[in-house]
Design a protein around this ligand. Structure first.
Ligand code: GTP
Ligand code: MG
Length: 178
């Protein structure tokens, strides 16, 4: 049998961060990209931002082209335009915000409407460091993820917990599917 074709390290995997405004999409990406957390007043993303990152999976480089979308309603039509070519979607809620969790179903409905059917999806419950203000238990996140057959993690853009792991898991899945 011929050897399996080598993974193409030049492939760029379009990955999109989505979820309600304020859940921590930009903070998560800054933590992943620069290893830091910018505290202070919240400034909502306007439009869309792009960060390129290379993740190493089993000695192979996986290129991620990460799009940070604006969660505010008025930018929704901009976000929809990006879904179509997405290879992966990181869908975030904030564990201290019940509304951001309740809206996950609506986000998934939108994703299924606009994205490719084979898009890689991962659900993230962010702000895991804010345990005293927690509104959504971990098992509630797990249950929702199971219902939609997507992997789930709790992350903290502040402490960095599971941030690298989440993006690496996405890269791994993309590499396997390529
Ligand atoms: P939009 O751009 O409007 O869609 O919001 P966003 O999802 O990009 O949220 P952003 O990253 O700007 O974070 C919103 C606020 O939550 C900011 O004040 C952040 O400092 C804070 N924040 C984000 N992630 C965390 C986290 O993991 N822990 C804590 N404690 N605060 C966080
Ligand atoms: Mg933002």
């Amino acid at each position: 049998t011929p050897p399996a074709p080598a993974y193409n390290e030049e492939l760029e995997h379009k990955t999109i961060l989505v979820g309600d405004s304020g859940v921590g999409k930009t903070s998560l990406l800054v933590q992943f990209d620069q290893g830091k957390f910018i505290s202070g007043s919240f400034s909502a993303t306007v439009g869309i931002g792009l960060t390129n990152k290379v993740v190493t999976v089993d000695d192979t480089k996986v290129k991620l082209q990460i799009w940070d979308t604006a969660g505010q309603e008025r930018f929704r039509s901009v976000t929809h335009a990006y879904y179509r070519d997405a290879h992966a979607l990181l869908l975030l809620y904030d564990i201290t915000s019940k509304s951001s969790f309740d809206n996950i179903r609506a986000w998934l409905t939108e994703i299924h409407e606009y994205a490719q059917s084979d898009v890689v999806i991962m659900l993230l419950g962010n702000k895991a460091d804010m345990s005293s203000e927690r509104a959504i238990r971990r098992d509630e996140g797990e249950r929702l993820a199971r219902e939609y057959s997507v992997p789930f993690m709790e992350t903290s853009a502040k402490t960095g917990v599971n941030v690298e792991l989440a993006f690496t898991a996405i890269a791994k899945e993309l590499k396997q599917r390529a």
